[in-house]
Design a protein around this ligand. Structure first.
Ligand code: R5P
Length: 262
C-alpha cells in the first residue's frame, strides 16, 4: 500500500489504537432534509471536535463545514436514487476523483447493494472506484447497504462485506448483527458499523460496545448521535468506548454525568 493511501487511512482509523469514530451526516443524499439534520451546519458544528472523521457529501462539505477544520473528511461519491424514487439500489458514481482531491478528503465512500436488482452495477462501480482511487492514494470505504426486504444476519452481512473487500475496498461499513465476529473474521479489511435508525441512547451505547468487542474498529454513526436530545454527551460516550476502552456501563455513566454537568 502506498504512503499517501496509508497516511489518509491512518487519519480515519487512528493509530496506534486502530480505532475509528466516523460521524455520518450524508443521509440527505437520498433522504433529503432528515430530522435534526435539516441545517447541517448547526448539527455538525458542536460535534466536529469529537469525531475522528466526518462522512458527508460534497454539497454539505462545501456549504456547512469550516474549511479551516483539521477533521478528515470521508466523501460520499455514490448516489442517483431517492427515498421517493423507484429503487434505492440504483446508484452510480457521481463525484470525480479530481473533485475529491480538490476537496482534500481522506477517503471516498460508496454503497453496494448485494442481492438487489442493481447488485451488478454497484459492485462493478466499486471495482472501478478502487481502480481510480489507488492511482491517487485515496482509500475507499464500501458501505454494504441493506434493502428493507433483506435480513441483516451474519450470513448475508459476511457475504456483502467479503464481496466489498474482494473488490479492493480499504474499509467496509456494515450493520451489527448476532454472530458479528463471523462477519469481522471473514473480512480481511477493517470493519465499522452504522448506527441505524434512532434507538435509545443506552441501546446505541451497547451496540457500539458489542461491535468493538466483536472486532469492529469503530463506528460510522449518525442518527443515534445527532437525533439524540443530548448529541454531545452521546458522541463523547461513544468516543469513550472507541478510544478509552470504556465498557457500556462506564460509557452510560459518562453520558448521564455529562448531561448533569450541562
Ligand atoms: C446510509 O447509507 C448512510 O451512508 C449513513 O451514513 C449510514 O447509514 C450511517 O448512519 P446511521 O448511523 O444514521 O445509520
Amino acid at each position: 500500500m502506498d504512503w499517501g493511501l496509508q497516511n489518509r487511512l491512518s487519519r480515519i482509523i487512528r493509530q496506534p489504537q486502530n480505532r475509528a469514530l466516523m460521524l455520518a451526516v450524508d443521509h440527505g443524499y437520498f433522504l433529503g432534509p432528515t430530522a435534526r439534520l435539516e441545517n447541517a451546519q448547526k448539527t455538525i458544528g458542536p460535534l466536529l471536535e469529537y469525531c475522528d472523521s466526518l462522512m458527508l457529501t460534497r454539497g454539505i462539505l462545501r456549504t456547512s463545514v469550516p474549511p479551516a477544520t483539521d477533521t478528515p473528511m470521508v466523501l460520499r461519491v455514490s448516489g442517483g436514487s431517492s427515498i421517493v424514487g423507484e429503487d434505492l439500489s440504483r446508484e452510480d458514481i457521481t463525484v470525480d476523483i479530481k473533485d475529491a482531491l480538490r476537496l482534500n478528503v481522506s477517503a471516498m465512500a460508496m454503497s453496494i447493494f448485494v442481492g438487489s436488482k442493481y447488485e451488478y452495477q454497484t459492485i462493478v462501480n466499486l471495482g472501478r472506484l478502487v481502480n481510480t482511487s489507488i492511482e491517487y492514494g485515496m482509500p475507499v470505504l464500501a458501505v454494504t447497504a441493506v434493502g428493507k426486504e433483506m435480513s441483516r444476519d451474519s450470513r448475508y452481512l459476511s457475504l456483502a462485506c467479503r464481496l466489498a473487500a474482494e473488490q479492493g475496498a480499504h474499509i467496509v461499513k456494515t450493520y451489527y448483527c448476532e454472530g458479528f465476529e463471523e462477519v469481522v473474521d471473514s473480512c480481511p479489511v477493517p470493519v465499522i458499523i452504522a448506527g441505524g435508525k434512532k434507538t435509545s441512547e443506552r441501546g446505541a451505547i451497547d451496540l457500539t460496545y458489542n461491535a468493538v468487542q466483536a472486532g469492529a474498529v469503530g463506528v460510522d454513526m449518525g442518527r443515534n448521535i445527532w437525533q439524540s436530545d443530548n448529541p454531545v454527551p452521546m458522541i463523547r460516550a461513544v468516543q469513550s468506548i472507541i478510544h478509552r476502552n470504556n465498557d457500556a456501563d462506564a460509557a452510560w455513566d459518562m453520558y448521564n454525568q455529562l448531561i448533569k454537568a450541562t
